[in-house]
Design a protein around this ligand. Structure first.
Ligand code: ADP
Length: 175
């Protein structure tokens, strides 16, 4: 089997996905914010914030896991992407590390299906093409080596981003 068939691209709202884990593009406080983070906290309910308060924040490039509460997803994996500062501050390595840390946590918690948003491409201003390439390459390399998670969904909020991901995934399949 071509392992790259384990990657899917979906356009829509990540809070609606009934998967084992969704990934949150959080901030270092883990106490909620705007964008996808705000949407996840609103949909999961206040209990999520109570659990997040116990976690003592999260460093850029790392990840922490909570329950999904009112979400259809069983778990939320909170990771903190880098703020784009021009590319010379280790942003690429930190962004790749978000994907790896999240996948490690997913595997450790027996998650078969995990959905990622496009980490850092909103308020954190990471250029979309470069972020997409890092996301797809990093996930592709990880699942080549591992059996879990079985399926990774890239959940894009709009069709333009979904198209970028589809192109990057198609290029990965040919490589
Ligand atoms: P960051 O601070 O890491 O840049 P943002 O939440 O601002 O995080 O944006 C990350 C990406 O998540 C953006 O591409 C944005 O369009 C997307 N996004 C926002 N809301 C949702 C949602 N409900 N589901 C999926 N993706 C979302």
């Amino acid at each position: 089997m071509n392992d790259r068939a384990r990657i899917e691209v979906h356009a829509g709202d990540i809070t609606k996905l009934a998967v084992d884990a969704i990934v949150n593009a959080a901030n270092t406080s883990l106490l909620g914010g705007g964008g996808v983070d705000g949407a996840i906290h609103r949909a999961a309910g206040r209990e999520l914030e109570f659990e997040c308060r116990m976690l003592n924040g999260c460093k850029v490039g790392e990840a922490k896991i909570t329950k999904g509460y009112k979400l259809p997803a069983r778990y939320i994996i909170h990771t903190v992407g880098p703020v784009w500062q021009g590319g010379g501050k280790g942003e690429a390595e930190l962004l790749a590390s978000c994907y790896i840390s999240s996948l490690e946590l997913a595997a450790a918690n027996d998650c078969r299906t995990v959905a990622f948003p496009a980490i850092s491409t909103g308020v954190y201003r990471y250029p979309k093409d470069e972020a997409t390439q890092i996301a797809v390459d990093t996930v592709g390399a990880f699942i080549d080596e591992r059996t879990m998670p079985e399926t990774v969904i890239f959940c894009c909020f709009d069709d333009q981003m979904a198209e970028l991901y589809r192109q990057a995934v198609a290029a990965l399949r040919k490589s």
